[in-house]
Structures are given as structure tokens and as C-alpha cells.
Design a protein around this ligand. Sequence first.
Ligand SMILES: [Zn+2]
Length: 236
Amino acid sequence: MLKRRRDCRFILAFSILVLFMMASGMEKAHALLQSCSTDSLVGSLGLGVFCLVADKLLQFPIIQQNNWLRALSDNAIHGVIGMWSWAVVIGIKKKTNFGEVILAGFLASVIDVDHFFLARSLSLEAALTLPRRPFLHCSTVIPITVLALTLAVHLLKLRDLWCVLPWMLFVSWTSHHVRDGIRHGLWICPFGKTSPLPFWLYVITTLTLPHMCSFLMYLTGTRQMLSSKHRMHLDV
Ligand SMILES: [Zn+2]
């Protein structure tokens, strides 16, 4: 198992490297400005506060004493974080496409069904006492799925929602993995797993993720394509 401080440094350095490898100079500065508007910053700060409050609420004895209530509440928090994150990415004061926001929440929540697949049972007891972590909780699955989906979108020349689906999946699944990471660490198969993530790193990563996604969408031209194709104006 890796040391906690080294894990944090690695995750932060990797995120920054990904961002700055994608572009240079004016292009980078413009994309950064576009992805950090006042509205989106207020939205992501609210998301950070939600992360702090939600986990305090989960500690209530009435929730902790009932397995189903605890599991459903935990899963609902994943869903709300997924919805909130995507709302920050596509703009929270504009005429938001609520279908997209709900889909993002669904993607963030649905990962947990792999517990039941691995348990081969609908029993919550069995799903919570697995001998190993289920496969959708392997963080390596995220870049592989995102890249495969992006390739499929390009090869099949898909448009509209399909173009944002890889980004939505990236935000929803990463937010789920990071939140699970505060208890279990990140499982980066086949390399092993990290120590449990510090709570502050979970909150910072969760509120930064929509901006990172938005920034990358500007750099790759997805935002500009969307705003000209099927939105009048698209601001974060
Ligand atoms: Zn999970």
C-alpha cells in the first residue's frame, strides 16, 4: 500500500500535468477564464459545502443503524454530487438541459450496482461483505471507458448528447470514485490501491472536477461545437 502523502502529491501532480499538457499560451489562458466564471465558481463552492454537510448528515444514528437507509442515502449523495457537478459544467443559471443533469446523477449512482453483480445476489448483506471490490470501482476503468466512448463517437460521427457523454461519464464516475476513496482509497488496477484519501482532498477534487472538465472541453473544442450546434449560448 502506498503512503498517504505520496498518493496525494501524485494525484495533484497528475491532475495539473493533464491540464497543462493540453495546450499552451493564450489558448490555455482563454480556456481557463471560460471555465472559471463567477457563476460556476459559486456553484462549485456550493458543491463543496454540500460534500461537507452530506457526510455529517450520514453520521446521524437513525441512518447509521439501518443498512438499507445508509446505503440508499450514500448512493443518493453520489447522485446529487454527479448532478451538481454536471450543472456546474453546463451552466447553472442558463436554460439548463435537466435531462443531462439527471443522466449525470444516474451515471454517478449506478456504479454501485456492481456490488450486487459481484455478490450474485440482491441481498444488501452480501453486497456489503464482498471479498474484493467490484470492477466498476477500479479507477482504471474510467479513462478506458471515456477513451473508448470518445473513439466510438468520432468513428460513428455521433452528435449532440453523444459528444458530451464521455465528459459526463468522466465527471460522474470520477466524483463517485473520489468519494468512495475517503473510505477505501483509489483502486488503480492492476497496480494496487492507494491509502484512504484525506477528506480535504475529496472535497477539493470534487469541487475542482467540473472546472477541469469544462477547461478540457474548451481546449478540445467540445464546448464551442455544442454552443454553435444546439445551444444559443453556453456559459459555465
Ligand atoms: Zn461506490
